[in-house]
Ligand binder design. Structure first.
Ligand code: 8YV
Length: 333
């Protein structure tokens, strides 16, 4: 980049106005006013000339895109926490730094996880649809639309990072017993604070829980972590909630098991082949067995602004010649 010239920052999707305004002030920001997702060819063209690329979960920054990156591209500042949309090892090999936006979407994602944990067993969407559907409501009945109690149930959290812990804090307030599985055990004082029981064996935990919440990132090690074999271990009266990444669950197997009434239901905010949604899941949603949300867990205006600010801090720190605060390191993958 020639000195005195503002760096060319290509942002792949429309961001909140205040974030875009700040980006225009600071950078030669190429924004996406109509918010149409960029094709692989558009992304390849962008990385040829940009100094910084700001992608989102909808952009696949794969080896083929990265192989076309120009000399100038030194930073990919992801607008998002998960970086499974980026071939990080290839980027790092090419000397490109990758950053993300951890921390600022924890509470929003945990809120939505808790909403699904409540909504699925208590049949919230089914109930809400009664009053706006084709049929008339004839009033209260003691045995109609009965769900299941949340209080006293066992919640198994798969992935006890920031979001998993924030879910545990909320669930505790609902009288839920916290269990978790993670690559690493929490520090004893955090386990104590959350009254959380650690399971080294994911298989054993899955077989004993009433509700399972997936809160781990999607990495090569967690792809289909909830495989068909493991899903079969889950009790037939248990529910599965996923606000992390669709790829962590074998979605076809989950749909099959819910259809066969071998798992009671699911609340899913993410899908294996997003934005495509498995038709079997849509059918199950129509039957009231699953609740499907369109990747909404972190969708708050406040969260998006915080994410944008993090992206800007990462870019500025990097361009000033320092280590950006949210570097993605190989050990995180
Ligand atoms: C974001 C997410 O909305 O940050 C993440 O990992 O899954 C989201 O909730 C999305 O990634 C934005 O790029």
């Amino acid at each position: 980049m020639a000195s005195g010239k503002k760096p060319l920052v290509v942002v792949t999707r429309r961001l909140p106005d205040s974030v875009e305004m700040r980006m225009r002030e600071l950078f030669d920001a190429r924004l996406n006013a109509d918010d149409a997702p960029m094709s692989q060819a558009d992304l390849a063209a962008a990385v040829k000339t940009a100094d910084v690329l700001v992608p989102t979960v909808t952009d696949r920054i794969d080896r083929s895109v990265l192989s076309q990156s120009g000399e100038r591209l030194k930073l990919i500042a992801n607008f998002g926490n998960g970086v499974d949309n980026i071939d990080v090892p290839t980027a790092l090999q090419r000397g490109i730094t990758v950053t993300n936006t951890p921390g600022v979407l924890t509470e929003d994602t945990a809120d939505m996880t808790m909403a699904l944990i409540l909504a699925v067993p208590r049949r919230l969407t089914e109930g809400a649809q009664v009053l706006t559907g084709d049929k008339d409501w004839h009033g209260w009945s003691p045995t109609w639309t009965l769900g299941h109690r949340i209080w006293g149930k066992r919640l198994g959290i798969v992935g006890m990072g920031r979001i998993g812990q924030a879910v545990a804090r909320r669930a505790q307030a609902f009288g839920v017993k916290i269990h978790y599985h993670d690559r690493r055990r929490l520090a004893p004082q955090i386990e104590e604070e959350l009254h959380a029981t650690f399971w080294e064996s994911l298989d054993q935990m899955l077989a004993r829980m009433d509700i399972i919440s997936v809160n781990c990132p999607h990495t090569p090690a967690t792809f289909h972590l909830l495989s068909a074999r493991r899903l079969k271990l889950i009790r037939s009266d248990a529910y599965v909630v996923n606000t992390a990444r669709g790829e962590v669950i074998d979605e076809n197997a989950l749909a099959r098991l819910i259809e066969a009434e071998e798992i009671a239901g699911a609340g899913l905010d993410v899908f294996e082949h997003e934005p495509a949604v498995n038709p079997k899941l849509i059918k199950l949603a129509r039957l009231g067995k699953v609740i499907l949300l369109p990747h909404l867990a972190s969708a708050t205006l406040e969260g998006r602004i915080d994410m944008g600010e993090k992206v800007i801090v990462n870019i500025r720190t990097f361009l000033d010649g320092h280590r950006p605060p949210d570097r993605v390191l190989p050990s995180m993958l």
